[in-house]
Write a protein that binds this ligand. Structure first.
Ligand code: NAD
Length: 354
């Protein structure tokens, strides 16, 4: 089949493109605006494939998207393009409204027009898969509960509110116009090629260089960690086997406090690349003023995707983290240019986890 992946030069989108090219026979067209978060070098392993094409463009440009859908005879849209960093949404929400809400609206309209003109098997095959976050559900108490697909939406940051809006648009386009949509909401991803303003890569790289490891508040906030390659596999399953109109929660069943995550990174780095003076990296941890409105805990009940689609996470947090740390140790050429100052911002550089 022919896949259109939006945001395919980002962290998860590039993992989806690599998975589709390396492990399936599908064709991939990657449409990405190349914002600060994009990195085409994450796609070097697949960019020479004759089943892969990259196009620089904005999802909000409806005419371009509509032409692309027709020319490439797209069967499946996997929509990952978004502004995705919570701290940036607090400092400047405008781009989140523009891309996540208005951009998704334009993409839905392009897909609706395209789908309406399809006939026969190609019409039956077409799917629009919207990729979203568990942050749309708001926060859970520290002492229990899981997000299911029935949990009420209660977003609390500009980022999660913009994603929740886009989810509602997708569900409405299915309900009102019968656009064949599937939706997935996932927990915090980590793994190779992760932009180093997010918690795990930031702490790995600061730790490697012996720099302070800033942690919000007392590091008590809990996230449910999902290895990005497990997620990419899950997404292709949802896109190809998911039931139309249904949504799927995807999580790794790996809840950790932020402090536990940072300490685990310290210990892994100490084992693989000890500091010259022999100090434990845990001595570099610094607690900093908390993020405004910081959600306490997210945790996913992934029973539906596990039982209905047969997906299972392969990596647990320990195996996934070791793979991730080793990848950053081996791939300085990927992260060094980004660390040298392609990004800046008041709250950035602090350890934020989704
Ligand atoms: P990312 O920020 O790494 O990548 C986003 C990509 O989208 C970038 O390549 C960027 O250039 C592109 N993009 C932004 N605006 C665009 C536009 N207007 N048109 C075309 N391309 C545009 O994000 P990610 O971490 O890979 O997340 C991908 C999706 O998964 C997002 O929708 C995000 O909300 C969702 N998600 C991410 C996580 C996570 O832990 N990273 C968790 C849950 C859900």
């Amino acid at each position: 089949m022919n896949f259109l992946v939006t945001g395919g030069a980002g962290f998860i989108g590039s993992a989806v493109c690599r998975h589709l090219i390396n492990n399936t026979d599908h064709r991939v067209v990657n449409l990405d605006k190349l914002t600060y978060a994009a990195n085409l070098s994450s796609l070097e392993a697949v960019s020479s494939s004759d089943r892969y094409r990259f196009l620089k463009g904005d999802i909000a440009d409806r005419d371009t998207v509509a032409a692309l859908l027709r020319e490439e005879e797209i069967d499946v849209v996997m929509h990952l393009a978004a502004e995705s960093h919570v701290d940036r949404s607090i400092d400047g929400p405008a781009d989140f409204i523009k891309t996540n809400i208005l951009g998704t609206y334009q993409l839905l309209e392009a897909a609706r027009g395209y789908h309406a003109a399809l006939t026969g098997e190609r019409r039956d095959r077409f799917r629009f898969h919207h990729i979203s976050t568990d942050e749309v559900y708001g926060q859970l108490p520290l002492d229990g509960g899981l997000f299911t697909e029935e949990t009420r939406y209660a977003p609390s940051s500009p980022y999660s509110a913009s994603k929740a809006s886009s989810d509602h648009l997708v569900m409405a386009w299915h309900h009102t116009y019968q656009l064949p949509t599937v939706l997935s909401n996932c927990s915090n991803n980590y793994g190779p090629y992760h932009f180093p303003e997010k918690l795990i890569p930031l702490v790995i790289l600061n730790g490697l260089e012996g720099l302070p490891l800033p942690v919000y508040g007392r590091g008590e906030n809990v996230r449910d960690w999902l290895f990005v390659e497990d997620h990419a596999r899950a997404l292709v399953m949802v896109a190809t086997k998911g039931e139309i109109g249904r949504s799927y929660n995807i999580g790794g069943r790996n809840e950790r406090t932020n402090l536990q995550v940072v300490e685990a990174i310290c210990d892994t780095l100490d084992a693989l690349a000890p500091l010259e003076d022999g100090r434990s990296r845990r001595t570099l941890i610094e607690f900093v003023t908390d993020r405004p409105g910081h959600d306490l805990r997210y945790a996913i009940d992934a029973s539906r995707i596990e039982s209905e689609l047969g997906w299972q996470a392969v990596e647990n947090f320990e195996t996934g983290l070791e793979k991730t740390v080793r990848w950053y140790l081996d791939n300085e050429a990927w992260w060094r240019p980004i660390r040298k100052g392609r990004y800046a911002g008041e709250r950035l550089g602090k350890a934020a986890a989704g």
